[in-house]
Design a protein. Structure first.
Length: 245
């Protein structure tokens, strides 16, 4: 079966720091919910930015739905939703105007769909308020609403639960589960919320020092009585990535 996402030997070393990611390869099959774990500075955001073309790679390839992203960007990204780093919102827009702006590339997105996603993330009641009055968590919810708005087949999320309240985290988990079960959506989620990832993900990968160290079948791990946290800490310790451990 054709993978949803195939990353091959992707490399990006930033000029200033010389850090980034090196020779990372990753494959997502349809229906995968893949958790990307790793210490601060491991290269998770860099990998997500490279996949979506927000920054340019030094080497390697990204193929989405069989299409080379660097050659046919629009076609490759047509079914991809993403939320990478805290979105820089145009503060003068209302939540509704922002979503309308996000929807302009997707003729299939109706006002009913916009209302539906705002309701899901708990922002329907404030849709006519300007974003400049929103808290960090409200902005995070709006970014999530925009990422899933066109019902993409693949959603890339960088630290999606950062700043979310408890209800927001529960909403996030049920949104992912529902989209996965009802629409067959695949997810690549970078997060430090390991318990969240353990509950959601079918597979996980550990990125450390710019390289993908190991991947795990999360449900298999849990069935065998292990936890994703123990697995992660073991990997990080073995690879000497844990300072002072
Ligand atoms: N624009 C940049 N210029 C120079 N170095 C950078 C730049 N952006 C990131 N880096 C470096 O690249 C490495 C990877 O950063 P990245 O943001 O991808 O890590 P991360 O795994 O997402 O970290 P965190 O979990 O803290 O968000 C870090 O060492 C960081 O200092």
């Amino acid at each position: 079966m054709q993978p949803i996402l195939e990353v091959s030997s992707l490399t990006k070393l930033y000029r200033g720091s010389g850090r980034g990611i090196r020779e990372v390869s990753l494959r997502l099959e349809a229906g995968d919910i893949y958790g990307l774990l790793g210490p601060n500075g491991a290269g998770k955001t860099t990998l997500l930015k490279l996949i979506t073309g927000l920054i340019r790679a030094d080497g390697g390839t990204v193929t989405l739905f069989g299409v080379d992203r660097s050659l046919h960007h629009e076609q490759a990204m047509a079914n991809v939703g993403c939320m990478i780093e805290s979105a820089d919102f145009p503060d003068f827009l209302t939540a509704w105007q922002y979503l309308r702006q996000s929807a302009r590339f997707y003729p299939q997105v109706t006002e009913q769909r916009m209302e539906e996603v705002l309701d899901t993330v708990g922002l329907l009641g404030v849709r006519q308020e300007k974003i400049k009055g929103f808290s960090a968590g409200m902005k995070q919810k709006l970014a999530l609403a925009a990422a899933v708005l066109p019902r993409p087949k693949l959603v890339l999320l960088d630290e999606p639960t950062n700043g979310l309240d408890i209800e927001g985290t529960v909403m996030f988990r049920s949104l992912i589960r529902r989209m996965s079960a009802e629409e067959g959506t695949s997810f690549l989620i970078s997060s430090h919320m390991i318990h969240e990832l353990e509950q959601l993900c079918s597979r996980a990968g550990v990125l450390a020092g710019g390289s993908l160290k190991i991947e795990a079948d999360v449900s298999g791990l849990v069935l065998e009585g292990g936890t994703l946290e123990d697995f992660y800490m073991k990997q990080i310790r073995e690879k000497g990535e844990l300072q002072g451990a």
